[in-house]
Design a protein. Structure first.
Length: 202
């Protein structure tokens, strides 16, 4: 797939397929693994009925952010590190490992205020693989009008039946997503529905 991260910050989510990830069941039995670079991540699958999919193969990676953090900007990276609570050393280690991975292959990030630039970034990111748009938490940082416009633009971008859209949002901004576009919730991840009333893009 071609991965596009809206509100990408330092672009660390663009390398999720490369991070050393282990999926386990509630008893700790390994269900699947992928990735060969740090950080090491663990995901617990609590449903016995969950069908473990094959990891996606990402061909293109591109981010969009109004003020991205460059992988060579030491001051900005130190600020990102400083935003982690002092007692969360494991989280800090994961961040530093992810930064090191991104520095080995700096991500391509377009600069534009949201929702501007979403269509152009999606178009630029395409390599011929299935496009996938993700966005995590960014809506909470936008003014209400921009929040609604970003949801609308994001949803419009996934009208194409071959394109996937994934939200990761918090309760505070949930109403902005719901009022603009119907969504389906899976744990903390919300998947935006394409305009076709009978098809869910997940």
């Amino acid at each position: 797939m071609d991965l596009v991260d809206i509100g990408t910050s330092a672009g660390l989510n663009l390398y999720a397929d490369r991070y050393r990830t282990t999926c386990v069941d509630s008893d700790g039995n390994t269900l699947a693994t992928w990735g060969d670079t740090d950080p090491s991540l663990t995901c617990v699958i609590r449903s016995a009925e969950f069908q473990m999919p094959q990891p996606a193969i990402i061909h293109g990676r591109r981010g969009l952010d109004p003020d991205p953090i460059r992988s060579d900007d030491d001051d900005a990276l130190r600020w990102l590190d400083a935003c982690i609570w002092p007692d969360q050393s494991e989280r800090r280690n994961r961040l530093r490992a992810a930064i090191a991975t991104s520095q080995s292959e700096p991500p391509s990030i377009d600069i534009a205020h949201l929702p501007d630039g979403i269509d152009a970034t999606v178009s630029t990111a395409r390599t011929g693989a299935r496009p996938a748009l993700i966005t995590s938490w960014v809506l909470a940082y936008l003014p209400p009008a921009d929040r609604i416009a970003t949801v609308e633009m994001f949803a419009s971008a996934i009208v194409d039946e071959a394109l996937v859209g994934i939200w990761i949002v918090v309760g505070l901004v949930w109403k902005y997503v719901w009022h603009v576009r119907p969504v389906i919730t899976i744990a903390a991840v919300t998947c935006v529905r394409a305009r076709s009333p009978s098809r869910w893009r997940q």
